[in-house]
Design a binder for this molecule. Sequence first.
Ligand SMILES: *Cc1c(COP(=O)(O)O)cnc(C)c1O
Length: 480
Amino acid sequence: MNRARSAAQRAGSEYIESENDDAKTIPPLLHPAIAKLIFETPDMLRSLIGRHGSPLNLMWPQILAENVESMRSTLRRQGLPFALFYGAKANKSPALVRAAVEAGIGVDVSSVYEMRDALQAGIDGRMLCATGPAKTRAFHAALIANDALIAVDSPEELDDLEALVCVIAADHPTRVLLRYRPHGQASSRFGMSVEALVSCLQRLAAMKQTFAFEGFHFHVGGYRYEARVEAIRELVEFIDMARGLGLAPSMIDIGGGLPVRYVDAGRYTAFLRAQQPHDYRTGKVPASFYPYGGELGAQAWLDRLLASPCIGQLSVARWLGENGLTLAIEPGRSLADQTGISVFRVTRAKTLAGGVLALFVEGSSFSACETWFASEFLVDPILVAVPRNDAPASTPVRAFIAGHSCLDDDVITHRLVHFPAMPQAGDLLVYANTAGYQMDLLENEFHRHPMPRRLAVGRDAAGGTTTSPDDCKEYWDDFS
Ligand SMILES: *Cc1c(COP(=O)(O)O)cnc(C)c1O
């Protein structure tokens, strides 16, 4: 721990990086609260795994609140009206949704279940936003009843909504955004073409008693802020057109996709440069990775986006300001940054043909899912070894990591991960920063293994660590 801390201080880093100079290793950046649990109280980790099984997902909801605060301070510096909606699909944790609601931000929900979590956390229905492309009639009805903001994905969805609104005869206009499909995403199935957008604007202008048009939405794939700037520039003329039609747009919602740094940027570049086909059990380096160690964090990304030229002499921030437009953002992964870890217990190590080492853990590739996308979660798990009196002299080893799957290609990492010593049965592997999509996107009950438990970590009045259940409602009966 002291070594880790001094390394972080040398790097001037906000987060603590464990020390290892080998370009073949890629240690995670850790929030200090998480580093403290892992390195200062490993017994607590072991006892939690003993009680709740492996894998175990641990959440720090208060870190989401910290992430909200730093995003807010970046946006406040710009002097712009803004609205944040937590993209709840990044993680199924009800505690993260509650933390978002308690921090006073909105929630972007894509199903009645995500919406239920937000309502149970006490959200004001007007702070709900629904951007998903395939909303059902029941979901539409629930959104209307809660006076939520609905991002309409197509003229066909507007047809459905219009028919429903006529039946419900709500006492207030239904609040809508129109989802635009930027030129750069021409083949995407999300959002509308220019023609469809114009036709929806004209329809909305003729139905002002029924619909309150609040502005435009888009969400583009990839992590470049430049792609969002282009989409905003494309929307400039439609803000003017909407006003010409007597509508009063007040918002541009730029979706999510703010980057997260999992590892130090310099370290990441060196790692990518050094990796070789024989670093993988497949003998092949995957074609693409999430940018785990990008140059920009979420705050710098936002600053660059807002400072980019928009139209004439105006930056994006100035154009939004002069038009009285609220900048809405729906960060998922970047608000979940550092809020969760996944802990696996080692079953055994096994030597295969050619001396390749396989490390078996209790858990599966569904619990850390990047191999299902023909890629890898390029962050080293942290080995938390059981203290042993008869510890053999530690010799570094490398091993790929397999779970309990009986499918040959279904492993947690194809990459041969470097360990300072041979992992033993009962040791723990901690995957850091798994909350954004890694943890439970694909989680299931393969081989009849029950769903992993999730616990929220907090502090009691005396400053001690507490844990409380944070499972999805639908599993409560299984666990009680
Ligand atoms: C998934 C999604 C988000 C969140 O994206 P992140 O990359 O997690 O920030 C926001 N908006 C929409 C419409 C989405 O589909």
